[in-house]
Each structure stands twice: as structure tokens, then as C-alpha cells.
Design a protein around this ligand. Structure first.
Ligand code: NAD
Ligand code: G6P
Ligand code: MN
Length: 453
């Protein structure tokens, strides 16, 4: 029987135990000989590995577990690498959220200026990870990447390491489909959707169950209740937090304006930014909710487990873990299953640039994702996507060129920022906060004079 060696980069993530449970549930489809946990914060990771080992021990004692901060140990001969790094951890996420909010601008980890800031921190560690994997892992190794901001990461990888086998994925479409299926009373696996966009910036255009388009039914439901069922237990515990409930409810507000398609929930930050700012607590953002919730519970669970041998949180399987395992099984077994993932456009949506990293239905086989043809998209959506794409592409140029002007262009083009004046104020505060992480951004001009080209 063929077995696989898997490395998890960002092994200290709060998502690790849940992903491990999903992997354990699928050992028949993806038999593992080794799991290597890799993180730059060894102390944090070792605690999470205690929880991971507890979950694994419920299923098998045949898998070799490695807990390491050494890339060679982690990646040598690996078949797959799951990437889930949060560069700067929650401390920096909190600043990504709070600094823009202090300027009355959307404060979010992947959208708006917070997402751009997170992008500026993540690109070089991501490139470094790819280089480690190229150096040590099997030539056929795939990196399946969740590390955010996935859209900017995808563009940077396309540009800086075009040949790398990196599949960028996001769990928001499947989480949205989980809610749709709960509303329709069907299995998520029975939904066949069409979708186009960028990551955290796209629309469902069809939701079919056994050949019948159920989007009209969902539209009516969303008009009354948002993308939520009364029975919240149908939604994974993470998305049952107050801020996520609010997000799924806001889909109603967006669709009351634009009823045609079902938006990715993250579009609330671009289409309802004023409402988002008004209803945000500038002192207590999602980072605080996560630190006081998911993160705290995880480390308390580990402490209690060490003291009593009882694992109080079972780290139930949710769409996040299910999705990364599904996609990996399809890669490993050349199954050609259809999932929404990020891929280079190359004519899939002819009226978007070929070199855009779009999120569309793809068939996933051993060579990676093959996009299904989507066709031209209506002008309104195209215009929004073009603007967001420009913001993200220029941000990547800002990093590679170390250019302050390009960073400011990227911020100005982001729809969440109302003017270049506000964009500059937010950018300057974020530069200060990110000194330990960002490349230096230099201005070409001083007092109206070109100082270097
Ligand atoms: P977390 O802070 O709990 O875990 C992230 C881990 O990454 C930490 O242990 C940290 O030390 C480690 N890390 C940071 N820089 C690293 C580097 N250079 N090399 C190796 N490890 C590094 O964060 P979390 O909330 O569990 O999220 C993990 C990641 O998954 C984040 O990037 C988050 O945005 C992403 N995520 C993405 C999706 C998606 O849809 N794409 C969904 C959920 C989470
Ligand atoms: C969704 C998105 C991810 C994002 C996550 C944040 O799953 O698809 O890209 O990282 O939400 O969730 P959190 O619970 O950390 O706020
Ligand atoms: Mn996502």
C-alpha cells in the first residue's frame, strides 16, 4: 500500500487538531506514514502537537510524528505540505484590524488595508517555504496552501515562483455551501455550484441539486434570514461566533441591492464598508474574539489533557479540515474531483486578464487544478474584480520593488479606502507597526524631485 509523508507548516495553528481529525477520518483514502509538524514557534507548536497526538492515538499508532523547527527535518522526502502560517500571529492580526478602524476604515485580516498589510508580511516567508520544499521534498510534492491572504499569496507565488506546485485554497466557498445545504435540507456534497471571482471576492452564479437550480429558493430565504438556518448547530462551531452570524446575515443586505448572484460573505467589506465600520468595536475585534475563544480553549484543553489525560475538546471535523483533505486526496489519487480553488485565469474568464489568479471550479488531478471554462462575466462584477486585482497585483510589485509609491497605489485602489489621503494615513501607521516584518518601502520622490529611479 502506498503511504504518504505529510508536513504541516504552521503546525502551531489553532486549526491543526481539527485538520488532524479530518486526516484520521480519511486514512483509508490517504494512508500516512509520517506527519511532520513544522513551525518557527517551537514552543507553541509543541503544545498543539500534544493535542494532535491525542487525536491521532484514537485512530492509530502506526504514524511517525515529528515535531520540529528545522526545515530539513520537516520537508525531506515529503509528498504533501499543508501550509497554514500566520506571519506575526494574532498580535499582528489585531493591529491589521485595529489600525484601519482607528481611521474609520474596515479593519479585517484579509480584506482592505489589514489584508494588504498581512500580504506584505506573508510573501517572503511563503517564498522561503517554497524554496525549502523545493530543496528537500519529493519533486512531485504539492504545497496545499491555506495561508492568508490567499489571494495575494497566490499572485506572489504565480509571479515569484511560477513553477512551484502550490495549490491555493480557501474554505469560505465550502463554508458558504454548508450553509446553503443546511437551508435547502440537502447534503453539501450534492450541491453543484458555479462560481467566479478572486479569493474572498467572488459570486455563486448557480446552485444545483440533482440537476435543479435551487438558487431562486436560496434567494428568497436569504431575503428573509440571510444565509443562515434557524438551527445554528448545522453550522461549524467556529462560524457560530457572533461575528460570523452577523456576516452571514449581511448577505441579505448585499442581495437586497444585487439579487442576481450569491456573494462570497467577504464581499460585505467591499460593498457595505460604512455599515461594517459603524458596527465594529474598535477596541475588540475578531482577533480578540479568536484569542479569547478558539486559541484560549485550545491551550486550556492541552493543559488539562496533560494534567488529567482527558481531552475536553474533541476537535470535531469541520469544513476547514474536510476541504483540505478532499483536495489532497484528489491530488494524490488523480481523482479529477471538482472543487473551487485558485488558479491562473488563462482564458477561463476571457474578459479578465490571463495572469489573474481567479477562484473558479477546477478538476483536481495529480498535475493540479484544471479550470472549467466560465466565459465572460458581466461588467459590474468585472469592474469590481479588475479594481481589486489591480490593488493586489500592485501590492506584490511594491514588495518586489520595495516601492512606497506602489504600496500607496495598492492601498488607494482598494475599495475599502475612501481617498488617497486616508490610504496614506493608514499605510503610514501600518508601516510603523510592521517594521519587524515588511521589506523597506522607499519613496522615489522627495519634495517633488525624483531622487532615485
Ligand atoms: P495561528 O496563529 O493559530 O497559527 C499560525 C501558526 O503559523 C503559528 O503557530 C505561527 O507560529 C506559525 N508561523 C508563522 N510564521 C511562520 C513561518 N514563517 N513558518 C512556519 N510557521 C509560521 O493562526 P490560525 O488562526 O490558526 O490560522 C492559520 C493560517 O490559516 C492563517 O494564515 C489563516 O489566515 C489561515 N486560514 C486560511 C483559511 C482559508 O480559507 N484560506 C481558513 C482558515 C485559516
Ligand atoms: C474563513 C476564511 C479564512 C479566514 C477565516 C478566519 O474561513 O475563508 O480565509 O482565515 O475565515 O476565521 P477566524 O475564525 O480566524 O476569524
Ligand atoms: Mn479564506
Amino acid at each position: 500500500m502506498k503511504t504518504y509523508k505529510l508536513a504541516i507548516a504552521g503546525g502551531g495553528s489553532t486549526y491543526t487538531p481539527g485538520i488532524i481529525r479530518s486526516l484520521m477520518e480519511r486514512l483509508e483514502d490517504l494512508p500516512l506514514s509520517e506527519i511532520r509538524f513544522y513551525d518557527i514557534d517551537g514552543e507553541r507548536q509543541s503544545k498543539v502537537v500534544i493535542a494532535a497526538k491525542a487525536v491521532i492515538s484514537e485512530y492509530t499508532d502506526k504514524i511517525v510524528i515529528v515535531d520540529t523547527t528545522d526545515p530539513e527535518t520537516a520537508f525531506t522526502d515529503a509528498d504533501f505540505v499543508f501550509a497554514q502560517m500566520r506571519v506575526g500571529k494574532y498580535k499582528m492580526r489585531e493591529l491589521d484590524e485595529k489600525i484601519p478602524l482607528s481611521h474609520d476604515v474596515v479593519g479585517q485580516e484579509t480584506c482592505g488595508p489589514g489584508g494588504l498589510a498581512y500580504g506584505l508580511r506573508t510573501i517572503s516567508p511563503m517564498v522561503e517555504l517554497i524554496d525549502f520544499v523545493e530543496q528537500y521534498a519529493k519533486e512531485t510534492c504539492w504545497i496545499v496552501n491555506y495561508s492568508n491572504p490567499a489571494s495575494i499569496v497566490a499572485e506572489a507565488v504565480r509571479k515569484l515562483r511560477p513553477k512551484a506546485r502550490v495549490l491555493n485554497i480557501c474554505d469560505m466557498p465550502v463554508a458558504t455551501m454548508r450553509n446553503m445545504s443546511a437551508i435547502l435540507g440537502v447534503n453539501r456534497e450534492d450541491l453543484v455550484v458555479d462560481y467566479f471571482g478572486l479569493n474572498h471576492f467572488g459570486w455563486f452564479t448557480k446552485v444545483e441539486v440533482y440537476g435543479v437550480d435551487r438558487l431562486p429558493e436560496l434567494r428568497e430565504h436569504i431575503h428573509k434570514h440571510g444565509l443562515l438556518t434557524e438551527d445554528i448547530s448545522k453550522i461549524d462551531y467556529r462560524h457560530a461566533d457572533a461575528s460570523w452570524i452577523k456576516t452571514f446575515k449581511n448577505i441579505k443586505l448585499i442581495m437586497d441591492f444585487f439579487p442576481e448572484y450569491i456573494p462570497n460573505p467577504y464581499l460585505q467589506y467591499y460593498l457595505l464598508p460604512d455599515l461594517i465600520v459603524e458596527t465594529s468595536n474598535k477596541e475588540y475585534t475578531r482577533a480578540n474574539e479568536v484569542m479569547n475563544g478558539r486559541e484560549k480553549t485550545l491551550f486550556e484543553t492541552v493543559k488539562q489533557y496533560e494534567e488529567t489525560g482527558v481531552l475536553s475538546d474533541q476537535f470535531h471535523v469541520g469544513v476547514h479540515g474536510i476541504f483540505i483533505v478532499d483536495v489532497t486526496v484528489s491530488l494524490a489519487k488523480n481523482l479529477g474531483k471538482r472543487y473551487l480553488v485558485m488558479v491562473e485565469n488563462n482564458g477561463t474568464i476571457p474578459n479578465l486578464p490571463d495572469d489573474a489568479m481567479v477562484e473558479v471550479p477546477c478538476l483536481i488531478n495529480a498535475d493540479g487544478p484544471a479550470p472549467e471554462y466560465v466565459g465572460d462575466i458581466p461588467y459590474f462584477y468585472k469592474a469590481m474584480i479588475d479594481q481589486q486585482l489591480a490593488s493586489e497585483k500592485i501590492l506584490v510589485e511594491a514588495i518586489t520593488e520595495g516601492s512606497y509609491e506602489k504600496a500607496l497605489q495598492a492601498f488607494t485602489l482598494n475599495k475599502t479606502l475612501p481617498s488617497s489621503k486616508v490610504a496614506k494615513a493608514v499605510l503610514d501607521d501600518l508601516i510603523e507597526a510592521n517594521k519587524a516584518y515588511w521589506p523597506e518601502l522607499k519613496s522615489k520622490y522627495r519634495d517633488g524631485v525624483l531622487i532615485h529611479s
